[in-house]
Write a protein that binds this ligand. Structure first.
Ligand code: TMP
Length: 208
């Protein structure tokens, strides 16, 4: 019996990690075992690649180089963490996955959909999340929640970059509407979690 794969997406400060934990706790209450992970990261090598991607200041990284690093980390994450946990029957919850590469590198950095999709085919060969929550909020709401780190290669990007990323995510949600559920992240945490819970209970029922 194989577990199911849930991902959480959205731009900075929308509450992805808090809600990854919320989803895991809810599944555990339903006697479903879980593994919570994140991208970039999730393995020792992935966490090293994460540090380079977020904080490398001395050497420049091109948009394509960035995408290749992300997929190098992802390949290991899928084969050594995500699939083995699914095969053990656990549900895997990942704070970000390949939709982030479409949104940030494809739309944000301007690489386009096709280049990201080509790498996706090579690395994932049809492997995709079963359910994705997209926590969506306008850029102003996000910027007012927390001071962004000026040393972070992504957080230091300008407003237009985040706007492209947000629009990218919304386009993905409209194309992959069966898999991607948009949650309005401007709501209170209680409202956000009530919505997630209702989708999740429905999903558990449909898949059991
Ligand atoms: P986090 O701080 O939300 O965990 O994410 C780290 C950064 O990595 C975030 O700014 C978005 C970026 N990122 C990409 O640009 N592309 C990707 O494919 C992933 C997984 C993350």
């Amino acid at each position: 019996m194989s577990g199911l794969f849930i991902t959480i997406e959205g731009i900075e400060c929308v509450g992805k990690s808090t809600n990854a934990k919320f989803i895991s706790d809810l599944l555990n209450k339903k006697n479903i075992k879980t593994h919570v992970t994140r991208e970039p990261g999730g393995t020792a090598l992935g966490e090293k690649i994460r540090k380079i991607l977020l904080f490398e200041q001395n050497d420049s990284i091109s948009p394509l180089g960035e995408l290749l690093l992300l997929f190098a980390a992802r390949e290991k994450h899928i084969n050594e963490v995500i699939k083995p946990n699914l095969e053990q029957g656990k549900w895997v919850i990942s704070d970000r996955f390949t939709d982030a590469s479409f949104a940030y590198q494809g739309f944000g950095r301007g690489l386009g959909f096709d280049q990201v999709n080509q790498l996706k085919q090579i690395i994932q060969n049809g492997f995709d999340p079963d359910l994705t929550f997209l926590l969506d909020a306008p850029i102003d709401v996000i910027k007012s929640r927390r001071k962004l780190n000026p040393n972070d290669r992504f957080e230091s990007e300008d407003r237009q970059f985040f706007e492209r990323v947000r629009q990218g995510y919304l386009q993905l949600a409209s194309v992959f509407g069966d898999r991607v559920k948009i949650i309005d992240a401007t709501q209170s945490i209680e409202q956000v979690q009530a919505e997630i819970q209702s989708y999740l209970l429905d999903f558990i029922e449909k898949t059991s």
